[in-house]
Every structure is written in C-alpha cells, then in structure tokens.
Design a protein around this ligand. Structure first.
Ligand code: ATP
Ligand code: MG
Length: 423
C-alpha cells in the first residue's frame, strides 16, 4: 500500500456528519443578513500581497507572521491567501465602482488563511462570515450592526453565552496625540516589555496594550487612555452609538483596551466574546474604517464591518447543545425480488416529483439488513417492494419513527401516504 497523504496541519475537513451543522448556521445567517438588507459578494481567495499589507498594516500579527504568501511562478508576482475578508471586498468595491452614487451593505463568507499555532478555535484555514456597510457615516449604522448581531445570538439561542465589548479609537489626529503620550508612558516601562512590546513601542504602540501577556496587564491597564484624547466630534459619535445601543436594549461593557489587531479601524470598535472557548473567546469582531477605501485608491467613503469566526460559533453551539440533529430523508425504499430494483426506481421518481426525498436501496442485501439500513438512514418510513407488491401495483408503507402499523397502498396513493406521516 502507498503511504497515506494527510491534510495540512490546522486545515480541517468538514465531514458529512458535521456539514449539516454548517448548513444550519449558514441558513440562519443568510436569513438574518437578508432581513437587514445585506447582499452577498464573492471575491477571490488569492489577492496581490500589497492589498493586505496596505490595508491591514505592516506592524500587525497578520502581516508580520501569519500570511500565506508565495510567488506566482509565471510572472514573479507576490500573492497571498486572504487572511481576512475586508481587504478583498473593498478592492472589489473600488474596482467596480460600487459606491458611485450609492451606499452598499455587503456580506461575504469563506475560507481565510493564517499561519498560526493550531489549537481549539484557532486554525490555519478557518471560515468567516462578515459584513461591510459602506457609505454610511453613522452612528446609526454602527448601532444597527450591533442590534443585528444581538439578533443573531437570539436566533441561535446564544444570547446568554456572549457579551459585547465596545470602545472607540477616535480619528487619526486624536490617535497621534494619544500615541505620543503612550510612547512616553511605555518608555518608562521598557524594562518589563516583552519582545513584541519592544518591537511595537514606536511602530504600533496601541497594539502593545492589546497584549495577552499576563505580566503586562497591570502596566497596560494604567496606560494613558485614548478616550481622554477625543475631540467633540469623536466623542459625539461614540456617545451617539452607545445611547442607541442602550436604548435598543443591548447590554455592553466599555473596554478601553479593545484596540483590534488590524490597523485600519477608527471610531467604533467592538467584539462579541465568550468565556466558554478558552483563550479563543472572540466570536465576532469589527469596527469602523473610514479611511480605508481611500487608502485602497477609492473615493473617500466611510465604512464599518465585522468578521465572525464560524468555527468558534459552531464550537459554542456544540458546547451548548444547540446544534440540530442530522436530517434524515423522507423515504428509504427496501426492495427484494426479480425486477424490484426497476420498480423501486419508478416509485422513487414519483415520490421525488411529489417533493419527497428518497433513498433507494441499491445492490444486494437481505430484507433484514435493508431494514436495518432504512432505520439507520433516519428516514421517516420504509417503503417495501416485493413480489406481491409488484404484482398488485402496490407498496407497503412502514412508519419508522411513529408507533403506527404498516399499510399497503397503491403507487398512486404512496406520495400522500408518506406526506401524511410528515405532517
Ligand atoms: P484573535 O485575537 O483570536 O487572534 P483576531 O483579532 O486575529 O482574533 P480578526 O482578525 O478580528 O481576529 O478576525 C475576526 C474573527 O475571526 C475572530 O474574532 C475569530 O472569531 C475569527 N478568527 C480569527 N483568526 C482565527 C483562526 N486562526 N481560527 C479560527 N477563527 C479565527
Ligand atoms: Mg489573531
């Protein structure tokens, strides 16, 4: 035997016994997004590397160490597997002029790639559903997005499992003023900074506060707060956002250390977090990025969005026992005797035309083993075809999930007989 080839570490298969759980979550999500007026956009998985460097920022975890970047051997271009969905979406929006005299509410879904250490809730290929609302200055859209995500948790049954944290990052000028004060503060504590902290002290000091290193928590808590550097306009945006979310009944906590791992954010930022997935506790994260479209060569327009880690939401649903059981088909056809297979196929066609889902037993098999398979398939009922039934133009309907006697019906009556069991 040849050696088996295995999947790449941190990149998972979704097997049939789990794929219906994905379909369930995707279904809830698609309904939600439609209810709030979002339309789907699909962009390539591979993009030119500079797109991510320019939008996400050079001094970020993603660009510094997590991107799958390679050279296109045909022309030497540097290409990258997308690590997130916003950059590609905005590239497409700019490229196709989607903001010309228009606003856009867009959603995307798909695989993202980051070269990090695989663990529960953290993978190298993972999946995000995300949105981008473009051309809206807010803070009303900022509030609607919070309400929409809160609505999602309600629909999934997760309202008690997640908490909302919010913060504001102000505008670039305010951040620059805060940055100076922050650098001065960090310089006083340079002896306790870890390697990441020292490297970022001058290049991205805000991110030093985002550290997960327990030894730095106290220092980070005492650092100058950006919120104290906000001007009137930024403050009004933040207060307006908070007032709307509060009035709409969504609970939140303000976390002045919430800065997000990507450079492009300003004003509103937020994360939905859970304590039930260990260190991988952020299930949905986003914020406003008013300068990004212009930075990518488009005409200046405000934007706000979020990315949701689908695996993490599914892990949470699993932990809470909120995932639906695998759906069975309606009918499993058991058949025995000369010509029974063809008879069963005709029967199956009729049933499918009537809108029923049908699995027909294929190949050999004793009556007993076929009945076992029928039961294991999750089907609502077995339809049994044997010599007698074929001669009479009939079929036996045997309910598998209800305590009901079996009955012989004609082929014409079969769809209605199954339908009755469904209702
Ligand atoms: P973290 O702090 O957990 O690394 P992040 O700030 O890097 O998250 P974002 O770039 O904001 O994450 O991505 C949005 C969401 O995508 C995250 O909140 C999380 O749910 C999910 N996510 C990010 N990286 C991974 C990963 N490697 N595996 C699974 N899900 C991920
Ligand atoms: Mg990360």
């Amino acid at each position: 035997m040849s050696q088996k080839i295995q999947a790449i570490r941190g990149m998972n298969d979704v097997l049939p016994q789990a794929s219906h759980q994905w379909a369930y979550f995707e279904g809830v999500m698609q309904r939600l997004l439609a209810d709030y007026g979002y339309r789907n956009i699909r962009t390539p998985i591979v993009e030119p590397t500079p797109l991510f460097v320019r939008s996400i920022g050079e001094v970020t975890d993603i660009v510094e160490k997590e991107m799958y970047t390679f050279t296109d051997s045909l022309n030497g271009d540097s290409l990258t597997l997308r690590p997130e969905g916003t950059a590609g979406t905005l590239r497409a929006v700019v490229e196709h002029n989607l903001l010309y005299n228009a606003t856009q509410k867009l959603w995307y879904q798909g695989a993202m790639f980051r070269h990090e250490r695989p663990q529960k809730g953290r993978y190298r290929q993972f999946h995000q559903i995300g949105i981008e609302a473009l051309g809206f200055a807010g803070p009303d859209i900022d509030a609607e997005i919070i309400v929409m995500t809160a609505d999602l948790w309600r629909r999934l049954g997760l309202s008690d499992s997640v908490k909302l944290e919010i913060n504001t990052l102000g505008n670039p000028a305010e951040r620059a003023a805060h940055r100076e004060a922050l650098i001065a503060y960090l310089e006083q504590h340079v002896d306790i900074l870890d390697e990441d902290g020292r490297r970022r002290l001058y290049s991205n000091p805000l991110r030093v506060l985002d550290t997960k290193n327990p030894a730095l928590q106290e220092m980070a808590n005492q650092a100058p707060r950006l919120i104290d550097y906000l001007g009137d306009e930024s403050r009004a945006h933040y207060e307006g956002w908070k007032a709307m979310i509060a009035a709409l009944g969504v609970e939140f906590v303000e976390n002045p250390r919430l800065v997000r791992g990507l450079d492009y954010y300003n004003h509103s930022v937020f994360e939905w977090v859970t304590t039930e997935l260990g260190a991988q506790g952020t299930v949905c994260a986003g914020g406003r990025y008013d300068g990004l479209i212009e930075q990518l060569g488009g005409k200046s327009a405000p934007g706000i969005g979020f990315g949701m880690g689908m695996e993490r939401v599914l892990l949470l649903l699993e932990a809470k026992n909120l995932l639906p059981a695998a759906p069975g088909c309606d009918v499993y056809i058991v058949q025995q005797g000369e010509g029974a297979s063809l008879y069963a196929m005709r029967l199956a066609s009729r049933l499918r035309e009537a809108g029923l889902s049908v699995t027909q037993h294929l190949g050999e098999g004793s009556f007993k083993s076929q009945m076992k398979k029928a039961d294991a398939s999750g089907a609502l009922c077995a339809l049994i075809v044997g010599e007698n039934e074929m001669q009479a133009g009939a079929v036996v309907v045997k309910p598998l999930r209800a305590d009901e006697a079996q009955a012989t019906v004609t082929l014409d009556e079969a769809p209605a007989a199954v339908q009755r069991l469904k209702n």
